[in-house]
Write a protein that binds this ligand. Structure first.
Ligand code: HMG
Ligand code: MG
Length: 319
């Protein structure tokens, strides 16, 4: 057993006790979505310089991937209407390396014009959410994404694909996992390099997660092509990460401070907090490359900017 350096100190330990579990992966990639999934759901529009500082601080804290913004219709998500300006403010060379969301060809055009080289499309596993989030349906969304993925790849960009409502839908209730697998496989066939399975409203349970990853395996999609994207509405996100790790998944989406939600699914609360994920992974001896103190300082700063306390239990414990 490895004790944290600070274990003898008074007050909350700033590192958990480390007890590795040999059955789990040695290393994971944390895919940070706070600036996008987090800020898209804030009532207030965060000023551009604050957004840029947020992204820079997350990178400085060691997060290997930071999804920066969305090139969606500015009337649908006014919080991210400044996407092109943010990319311009952050870009350090001809190519912009942080991923951005694009729903359609118009979004892709805007992203490519801004120099983006990593884009993400976002599909729904349910008809109702496809209508509410994309003004589309299950078949039409694929027709919308086909030219986006093809043209992005022709332009040298790589494409991540999300599937939302993989575990439950606020309007339709339970979601058929076979439909999730079909939508996911269609997106991979279009040319997406990674598939992020979204529990948009945070209702997934651990058994469902293992079952869905196994179903993708049966469809010849191994866990190395999957990422898991949990919202923490029912406090199950870390249990669900554990189920994902046991099934061999090594990429997990999370949002600094637990910011987030989805403006088109009112029951969606914040994402799994990145700090909670970092604490959990550190305790299991799983490498992630993130500096927890720097991350907590960033989320505390962001909470001040937003004028509300952070949702993350770890940020609250360490602040
Ligand atoms: P629409 O109204 O059907 O668009 O919206 P349209 O194609 O009919 O076009 C109407 C007008 O909008 C046209 O302009 C287009 O040019 C313009 P006009 O000719 O009338 O002057 N337009 C655009 N302008 C700027 N950027 C664009 C764009 N597209 C069209 N990209 C649309 C369809 C998909 C655009 C809309 O539904 C939309 O923007 N939806 C995005 C909603 C969203 O961002 N939701 C949150 C992200 S998803 C999420 O959070 C879940 C996730 O985290 C995973 C999980 O948790 O499960 C990823
Ligand atoms: Mg989300």
């Amino acid at each position: 057993m490895t004790l944290p350096a600070s274990s003898a100190a008074q007050g909350p330990a700033s590192l958990p006790m480390v007890v590795p579990d040999d059955g789990l992966p040695d290393r994971v990639t944390i895919y940070e979505v706070g600036p996008r999934d987090g800020l898209q759901n804030e009532k207030a529009v965060v000023p551009l310089d604050v957004k840029a500082a947020f992204v820079r601080r997350l990178v400085a804290a060691g997060l290997p991937v930071v999804e920066a913004t969305s090139f969606v219709h500015p009337r649908w998500v006014p919080q991210l209407a400044d996407a092109a300006d943010l990319v311009e403010a952050l870009r350090e060379g001809p190519r912009f390396e942080h991923p951005v969301l694009v729903p359609n060809e118009r979004g892709l055009d805007r992203a490519l014009e801004a120099g983006c080289s990593h884009v993400a499309v976002f599909a729904s596993a349910t008809e109702t959410f496809a209508a509410k989030n994309l003004n589309s349906d299950l078949d039409a969304q694929m027709a919308m994404f086909e030219p986006v993925v093809r043209r992005a790849r022709e332009a040298g960009a790589d494409v991540r694909a999300y599937v939302s409502m993989c575990f439950g839908d606020p309007w339709e209730g339970p979601v058929d996992p076979d439909v999730v697998v079909r939508v996911g496989c269609d997106l991979l066939e279009l040319g997406a390099v990674q598939l992020s399975l979204g529990d948009t409203i945070g209702v997934a349970t651990a058994g469902q997660v293992g079952d869905l990853v196994r179903r993708f395996g049966a469809a010849r999609v191994g866990p190395e092509r999957l990422a898991l994207h949990f919202h923490d509405t029912y406090g199950q996100a870390l249990a669900n990460v554990h189920a994902g790790l046991q099934a061999g998944v090594t990429t997990f989406d999370a949002s600094a401070g637990g910011l987030g939600g989805c403006p088109y699914a009112q029951s969606a609360t914040g994402n799994l907090a990145t700090e909670d994920l970092v604490w959990f992974l550190t305790g299991l001896g799983i490498e992630h490359g993130v500096d927890l103190d720097a991350l907590v300082a960033t989320s505390s700063w962001m909470a001040e900017q937003l004028g509300k306390p952070p949702a993350s239990a770890v940020v609250r414990a360490l602040s």
